[in-house]
Design a protein around this ligand. Structure first.
Ligand SMILES: [Zn+2]
Length: 448
């Protein structure tokens, strides 16, 4: 905050060291005033500042990470996660903005539903956030939700069978609202379920890559003919990547993958059973390599966690249908990315896919150390190696398919809008510090 008596030419905060700017690490300094980045340049040219922080040896300064696909639960599922534990998890993982999915109890199908979520988030969140609308109660609800400020609409496989689908997508096009799709063709899933035994070891066959590829083809056809902005989330397979590549040639289509598809293969389901059950399923090593290549080559536009906490008892259920898909990921995604980069599987620029790229897709002023953006900064100790332990997670879900993984990079400090929110494992802001963001699309505000 700018103090009334402070010198008018002095910044609130100056952070210097090795900064991640424009896809590489450079010796630089970033100046902060009123929660915004107001100056970036050589440390020797830096203006005076009331507080100065120097990132020491082995520490890099990154923009706050942006996760465009998380499930904070709360409301009727606060036993799984709530807006405090979920956003604390984010903070510990160097994530300063999360976009929350609408499959809540109750589901987010109207502005009234979103207001219920807003009431919980506003008093508990410790990082900033945005909301998606689910399949709307009626077509008119989309315009109200856009006015409310949702970052997009999310479609699930079953929504592809809705009678109002075309009308809803046409309205999304008119409102320029991004449509984020969980692409798995519901009819192919149904056929696979009818033909196979429902057993978690067959999860990959019960939800085959062809279901994913087919849904991408259907949606991209609709995107090209109706003109809405299609974003395919958590692409898991080579087949779906091929469909995404074809779709990009025909329409304005973007796509992401989730961190687990870049690190884990179907072997995890054999080892861990329901803990590793996720939709779409973990695939073969061939798919993992294809996804890494798709990131290196620029085919994919973002990386997400799909942070999806559930109760441990549910994840350990015997019956296939009783095991809910997903697991927590917010605390691990950045260290896992840094580890993949250190191992040479991804390029340094892959960090953009978890920061500036999703921020641009959602039109929020985050994810980049640049003048006009929020001063969300992460000091990451890249020398530190540590072993993942589920019971140490801040999430209510104290298990992970990454149990025992050795990763690199420990989040040391996190600034959110210029305020030191997290330091050495300690939370320094009050519950409710987080703010909801609406897209600033077309107003020139978000991108400065
Ligand atoms: Zn999800």
């Amino acid at each position: 905050m700018r103090r009334a008596g402070g010198s008018p030419s002095s910044l609130d905060l100056l952070v210097s060291g090795r900064l991640y700017i424009g896809g590489s690490l450079v010796e630089a300094a970033v100046g902060v005033e009123d929660g915004k980045v107001v100056w970036v340049g050589k440390p020797s040219l830096a203006p005076p500042a009331e507080e100065r922080i120097e990132a020491g040896d082995g520490v890099v300064v990154l923009p706050g990470m942006v996760d465009m696909h998380v499930h904070m639960r709360d409301l009727g599922e606060s036993d799984k996660e709530d807006w405090f534990t979920g956003t604390l998890s984010a903070l510990a993982g160097g994530v300063t903005f999360v976009a929350d999915m609408p499959n809540n109890v109750p589901p987010m199908r109207s502005v009234e539903d979103l207001e219920l979520k807003e009431a919980e988030a506003a008093r508990k969140a410790v990082v900033d956030y945005g909301f998606y609308l689910g399949f709307p109660r009626d077509v008119g609800e989309l315009a109200r939700a856009a006015e409310f400020g949702v970052v997009g609409m999310k479609l699930y496989p079953r929504d592809l069978l809705e009678e109002a689908l075309a009308a809803v997508l046409r309205e999304a096009a008119r409102l320029d609202l991004p449509v984020v799709v969980h692409a798995e063709d519901p009819l192919i899933l149904r056929a696979a379920e009818a033909a196979l035994t429902k057993d978690v070891v067959l999860h990959g066959k019960l939800r085959p890559p062809e279901a994913e590829a087919q849904a991408v083809r259907t949606l991209s056809y609709l995107a090209a003919s109706l003109g809405f902005r299609l974003h395919v989330t958590h692409v898991s397979s080579l087949e779906a990547l091929r469909a995404v590549a074809a779709a990009k040639a025909a329409a304005k289509v973007t796509a992401d993958t989730a961190i687990h598809y870049l690190c884990l293969d179907e072997g995890a389901v054999g080892r861990l059973g329901g803990i590793a059950k996720v939709n779409p399923p973990l695939r073969s090593r061939r798919d993992v390599e294809a996804l890494r290549l798709a990131i290196r080559s620029g085919l994919l536009d973002a990386v997400v966690t799909d942070h999806a906490p559930h109760r441990r008892e549910e994840k350990l259920s015997e019956a296939y249908d009783a095991i809910p898909p997903g697991f927590p990921g917010l605390e691990l995604c950045l260290p896992l990315l840094v580890t993949l980069i250190a191992e040479g599987a991804l390029l340094l620029r892959a960090l953009d896919l978890y920061s500036s790229a999703p921020a641009r897709l959602l039109a929020v002023p985050k994810g980049e150390i640049a003048v006009g953006r929020d001063a969300d900064l992460v000091l990451l100790n890249v020398r530190e190696r540590w072993r993942v332990r589920g019971d140490e997670l801040r999430s209510k879900a104290k298990y992970t398919p990454f149990e025992g993984f050795e990763v690199r990079g420990r989040v040391a400090k996190v600034f959110v809008r210029g305020t030191l929110a997290y330091d050495g494992g300690e939370l320094l802001v009050e519950k409710g510090f987080g703010r909801r963001y609406s897209p600033a699309r077309g107003e020139g505000g978000a991108l400065g």
